[in-house]
Write a protein that binds this ligand. Sequence first.
Ligand SMILES: Cc1ncc(COP(=O)(O)O)c(C=O)c1O
Length: 419
Amino acid sequence: MEIGIFPIFSFFMGTVMSGKKISRLVNDDKKYLFQNYGDRFPVSFVRGRGSILFDQNNRRYIDFLSGIAVSSLGYAHPALTRALHAQIERVMHTSNYFLNKEQIEAAKHISEYTFAGKTLFVNSGAEANEAAIKLARRFGKVKSHDCYNIITFTGSFHGRTYGSMSATGQEKIKKGFEPLLSGFITLPYNDFGKLSAELEYNNNVCAVMTELVQGESGINIASKEFIQNTANLCKEKNVLLIIDEVQTGIGRTGKFCAYQHFGIEPDILTFAKGLGAGIPIGALHAKDTIAKLLEKGSHGTTFGGNHLACAAAAVALKTIGKKKFLDTVTQKGEYIRARLKKSTAAFPYIKEIRGLGLHIGIELKRPGADLVKRALERGLIINCTSERIIRIMPPLTIDMKTIKEGLDILERIFLEAQE
Ligand SMILES: Cc1ncc(COP(=O)(O)O)c(C=O)c1O
């Protein structure tokens, strides 16, 4: 379907000129870009400041999405902007043949805020998980030849590359791309009985890999008991525990990592999204004894951890990792959840409001796509995942005034949807 000028007018009620410009972008998008993202919203953001984005007409939007949990420091963050300008003027990329001060600085922060170990920088969440899968299989090979199976869970999302897609516990992500990478066992999330039964008879499992708050499938929080039992059993059976912190990591849940809410000690962590605060970067962090298994020549990436990406990560880590900062994330998240629970208590179509820190899901009993569109029309960016879960993930730096303004809009939309 061609998106012409008319629907854009009705969406924006904008001027003829802006309608034409946007219509050209929409048509060029269709002509020149893969259409794997489907129809994009007819909005083109041109700049941002704090938690506010401005579109091509200088229209203001409150950002409750932060580019899917990426722009954790918001837009035009002074320290990040300064560091990036300075880094661009010095050097952006040299390759992993050479020492890289920015990589070392970012890695030091990750060890400081998680556990002592080593970090490998990559370019995305899927790539971080690919590296974790390879590392887990190396670990398995040391144990015994056939020890290559990795257990993951229903509802999980680990990325779109072959390894991380094969690890993902959602059929709709994998359908049509078979044959997948073998050696993944999908078990029900939060069902320790099934996991312990599997590990009881299957000696060829090298790792269990999980999100602690499933993001893409709708902010599903793991039960503490399940995760603690899983961590204990992994230790007992000498099976690695890989926590995918791609969405939850770097302060999103009010702790530096989500695993820190659960009182466990993972072996491997994967990061991306908020790590570069808008610059693409991912990372794998592992205990020394495990990291050493990726010996010389076993893995690598050209771009991974270049100077520019790591300069961004160093600022993001330094800013977000401080307890004082993380506490503000917790407080803001609690405020949003408490206020929405109260204001929507009488709306029967709202099933549940849940989350940790600024990683919040509002589960509806009906599809939520129209609410996302209505919010955008009123200057609020939100997202709907798994059809029925409205996701709220603003920049971690968002201030209370902007939160309140965004919630005013959201509550009006919820009220109208009720009527
Ligand atoms: C938990 C989790 N893991 C992995 C990924 C894949 O990350 P990327 O899109 O950077 O490849 C995502 C992306 O949404 C994610 O939420």
